[in-house]
Design a protein around this ligand. Structure first.
Ligand code: HAM
Length: 415
C-alpha cells in the first residue's frame, strides 16, 4: 500500500469546508485592506531562498527541498512565500506602481522538518506583503490586518508578541553584546545553541529548550541597542498599535527564523501553547529587495499556517459553514424511465439546480436510501406511469410526503 509521504496529508472532502471558509475570510480581509492576489510558481531558483532566508538558518541549512532538474538548474520547492513575491515585484517592475504595493497569496510551502502536531513537510500559508514604504503606520496596518483576520475567524485567546531587532547600523553592536553575554553560559547551552553562538547569535534567543530559555530571559534586549531612527520607528509603531487598541506584548526573545528581518518582528500565538504553536508571524525586511538586486525598498509582511489555524478552530470548537451540496436526488423505475431521468438531471443542472442521479440498477427502496445518505431534501421519482402522463413524483425526504407534479412545473417548484 502506498501512503502519503511523511509530513504531508490529504485534504479530504470532509475537511474542505474549513479550507474554503478560511480562503473566503482571507479574500475578505485582503479586500478590506487593499491587497491583491499574486500566485508565484511552486519552485524557484535555489539561490533566491538561500540568499534571502540566510545561509545560517535552519530553513536553508536543513529544510529545503532542493534538486537539480533535467536541464541542470538548481531548483528549490518554496520554503516560504516572501522571497518569491519580492522576486516578482522586481521582475515585473512593480517599483513603478504607486507604493506601497500590497500583495497576498495562499500557497503550499515545503520544509523538511521533523513532523509533529501542527508541523508538516508540506503545509499551506496565507501571507501578504506591503512593499515600498517604511512608515510605522504601515507596520501597524499589517499587524492590525493579521489581528482582524484571526478575529474574523472567531479565534480567541491569542497573544500578539512584538519586538524590534534593529537595522544593519545598530544590530552589529547588539549582536556583539549578546555574544559577550552568552560566552559565559557556553557550557549550559544545548548543542544547537553552541553552534548558533558563532553563526547566528540572534537565534539563541529563540531556542525552545527550557534551559536555554532561562538564559535567554536575562540576555541583553535588542530594544536597548536601537539606533535613534529604529528607536523612533518602534515608539511610533507602539503608539499606533495603542491607537488601534491592539493588545501587544513586547517580547525581547522574539527574533523569528529567517534572516531577512529588520526592525519590527511580530508573532501571533495561542495563549495556552505559546511559541511552539505560533499561528502566524511576520515583520519588516527593509534590505531584502536590495539584496535581491533592486533599489533600496523597505517592506513588511506576515504569514499564517492554514493547518495551524484549522487546529485552533477545532480546539476552540468553532464550527464552519457546510459547503453547498446537491439537494435533489433523481430516482427511476424501469429502463424507459432511466433515459428520462438522465435527461431530467441534465435539464435541472443547466438551470442551476444541483442534482444527484441514481446510478446502477437498484430497487426504488435502495435508491431512496441512497438519497438519504446523500442528504437530499427532495427526491424526484420517474416511472412508466409518470412518463405517460408527463409528470414526476416529488418526495419530501424529511416528511416522506409525496405528490405528483407536472414535469413542466418541476424546475420552478425546486427553485
Ligand atoms: P514563518 O514564521 O516561517 O514565516 O511561517 C509562517 C507561519 O507558517 C508560521 O507561523 C506557522 O503558522 C506556519 N508554519 C511554518 N512552518 C510550518 C510547518 N512546518 N508546518 C505547518 N505550519 C508551519 C514565514 O514564512 C515568513 N515568510 C512570513 C513573512 C511574510 N514575513 C514577512 N512576510
Amino acid at each position: 500500500m502506498y501512503r502519503v509521504p511523511r509530513g504531508t496529508s490529504d485534504i479530504l472532502p470532509e475537511e474542505q469546508a474549513s479550507w474554503r471558509y478560511i480562503e473566503q475570510k482571507v479574500a475578505n480581509v485582503c479586500q478590506l485592506y487593499g491587497y491583491e492576489r499574486i500566485d508565484a510558481p511552486t519552485f524557484e531558483d535555489s539561490q533566491l531562498f538561500s540568499r534571502s532566508a540566510g545561509e545560517g538558518t535552519d530553513i536553508v541549512e536543513k529544510e529545503m527541498y532542493t534538486f537539480q532538474d533535467k536541464g541542470g538548474n538548481k531548483i528549490t520547492l518554496r520554503p516560504e512565500g516572501t522571497a518569491p513575491v519580492c522576486r516578482a515585484y522586481l521582475e515585473h517592475g512593480m517599483h513603478n506602481l504607486p507604493q506601497p504595493v500590497k500583495l497576498y497569496y495562499i500557497a503550499s510551502i515545503f520544509r523538511y522538518e521533523r513532523p509533529q502536531a501542527g508541523r508538516y513537510r508540506q503545509h499551506y500559508q496565507f501571507g501578504y506583503e506591503a512593499i515600498g514604504d517604511d512608515d510605522p503606520a504601515l507596520d501597524a496596518e499589517v499587524i492590525d490586518m493579521a489581528w482582524q483576520f484571526f478575529l474574523s475567524l472567531g479565534l480567541q485567546n491569542l497573544s500578539l508578541q512584538l519586538n524590534s531587532i534593529g537595522c544593519k547600523q545598530c544590530r552589529p553592536q547588539y549582536l556583539a553584546r549578546l555574544k559577550d553575554y552568552y560566552v559565559n553560559y557556553t557550557r549550559q547551552l544545548c548543542p544547537d545553541c553552541k553552534t548558533r553562538l558563532n553563526r547566528n547569535p540572534l537565534r539563541l534567543l529563540d531556542c525552545k529548550k527550557p534551559s536555554c530559555q532561562k538564559i535567554a530571559n536575562s540576555a541583553p534586549r535588542s530594544i536597548d541597542y536601537l539606533c535613534p531612527q529604529c528607536d523612533e520607528h518602534f515608539n511610533q509603531l507602539k503608539k499606533y498599535l495603542d491607537l488601534l487598541a491592539l493588545p501587544f506584548v513586547v517580547n525581547h526573545c522574539l527574533v523569528r527564523g529567517l534572516d531577512y528581518y529588520t526592525r519590527t518582528v511580530f508573532e501571533i500565538q495561542p495563549e495556552a501553547e505559546g511559541a511552539q504553536s505560533t499561528v502566524g508571524g511576520g515583520g519588516r525586511y527593509d534590505d531584502l529587495i536590495e539584496e535581491l538586486g533592486g533599489k533600496p525598498t523597505p517592506a513588511i509582511g506576515f504569514a499564517a499556517g492554514i493547518e495551524r489555524i484549522i487546529l485552533n478552530l477545532k480546539r476552540q470548537n468553532i464550527s464552519v459553514p457546510a459547503l453547498p451540496r446537491p439537494q435533489v436526488f433523481i430516482a427511476y423505475v424501469g429502463n424507459e424511465a432511466r433515459g428520462e431521468a438522465i435527461k431530467l438531471a441534465s435539464t435541472l443542472r443547466r438551470a442551476g439546480i444541483g442534482v444527484i442521479e441514481a446510478i446502477g440498477t437498484k430497487s426504488l427502496k435502495a435508491q431512496l436510501r441512497q438519497a438519504n445518505t446523500f442528504g437530499a431534501h427532495h427526491t424526484v421519482i420517474i416511472g412508466e406511469q409518470e412518463i405517460k402522463s408527463g409528470t414526476v413524483i416529488l418526495r419530501d425526504m424529511t416528511t416522506a410526503e409525496q405528490k405528483t407534479v407536472p414535469i413542466s412545473e418541476l424546475e420552478g417548484l425546486l427553485k
